[in-house]
Design a binder for this molecule. Structure first.
Ligand code: Z5A
Ligand code: MG
Length: 245
């Protein structure tokens, strides 16, 4: 059986250096003569991506459910090409994936209700969309073999170029987003489908590059395992047990 390429996702907080590191990794793989390709979500070039771009720039408004589904559709529209590339032996580096989709949508909260009497307890913000609802449209997407999560303190990210230009680039949003990412990472690690590695995105570019290469290098020989599906195991188990009832 010929080997397939590895599916490597780079995730992280805003301005954690995902795009910088994704491009550096592509160059390092190509220098090592590993067939490789870089993709990015959102892909703002497609008709769906153009709607997303306009929303992110605050040039249009969309219902929270609708924009979430558009982000997911923007991934599904390239699934056939992802699978084809991986099966042909190309390693794919993916700059943001479904995990960003959940983290940003599930961290949207309702504005705090105005209380008649001042409370001594801080009011917990109520989520607009549940974690489970946010995850569901991305169930069965190709599962990454490796997800590299670039962690960075929001105040450090804020000091980097371009921060604050788009809709979600606010410190309180980033803190909630970070919490959801941590939950996703724990779930991925315990699911046994793919590996989730947390790296310090606050280090110098060259140090982050090295820590990424240490994780990616073992995958460059190609993989014999089939491409797995995201968050599908529970469903498969349920279907199997239903068949035996
Ligand atoms: N979003 C969503 O809601 N749902 C979804 O399903 C998906 C996304 C997929 C746009 O994403 C928004 O879409 C995003 C999530 C939401 N929300 N926000 N806010 P995007 O990927 O298009 O965002 P972006 O514009 O590319 O920014 P970014 O990804 O947050 O940045 P980055 O890629 O992590 O960082 P960078 O561009 O590589 O670097 C930023 C700057 O820092 C730049 O000047 C670098 O030179 C510098 N840099 C990078 N690394 C370092 C180090 N190590 N030290 C110092 N300086 C550094
Ligand atoms: Mg980026």
């Amino acid at each position: 059986m010929s080997k397939r390429g590895a599916f490597i996702v780079i995730e992280g907080l805003d301005r954690s250096g995902k795009s910088t590191q994704a491009e550096t990794l592509l160059k390092n793989l190509q220098d090592a003569k590993i067939p490789s390709k870089l993709i990015k979500f959102p892909d703002r070039s497609t008709p769906i991506g153009k709607l997303i771009d306009s929303y992110l720039r605050s040039e249009s408004e969309l219902d929270d459910h609708a924009i979430h589904l558009l982000f997911s559709a923007n991934r599904w529209e390239v699934v056939p090409s992802i699978i084809k590339d991986l099966e042909q032996g190309t390693t794919i580096i993916c700059d943001r994936y479904a995990f960003s989709g959940i983290a940003f949508s599930a961290s949207k909260v309702h504005p705090p209700a105005k209380s008649a009497s001042p409370s001594t307890f801080p009011i917990q913000p109520t989520p607009k969309l549940s974690y489970e609802w946010c995850r569901s449209p991305d169930i069965s997407l190709p599962a990454p073999d490796l997800t590299l999560f670039l962690d960075i303190l929001p105040e450090k990210a804020k000091a980097r170029g371009g921060y604050g230009e788009e809709r979600y680039e606010k410190e309180d949003v980033q803190e909630r987003v970070r919490e959801v990412f941590i939950r996703i990472g724990e779930e991925i690690e315990s699911s046994g489908v793919g590996k989730w590695v947390v790296l310090d995105g606050g280090l110098e570019k060259e140090e982050v590059e090295k820590s990424i290469w240490d994780e990616v290098n073992p995958l460059t020989a190609g993989l014999k395992t089939p491409i797995q599906k995201l968050w599908d195991q529970g469903r498969e188990r349920a279907m199997e047990s239903a068949l035996y009832i």
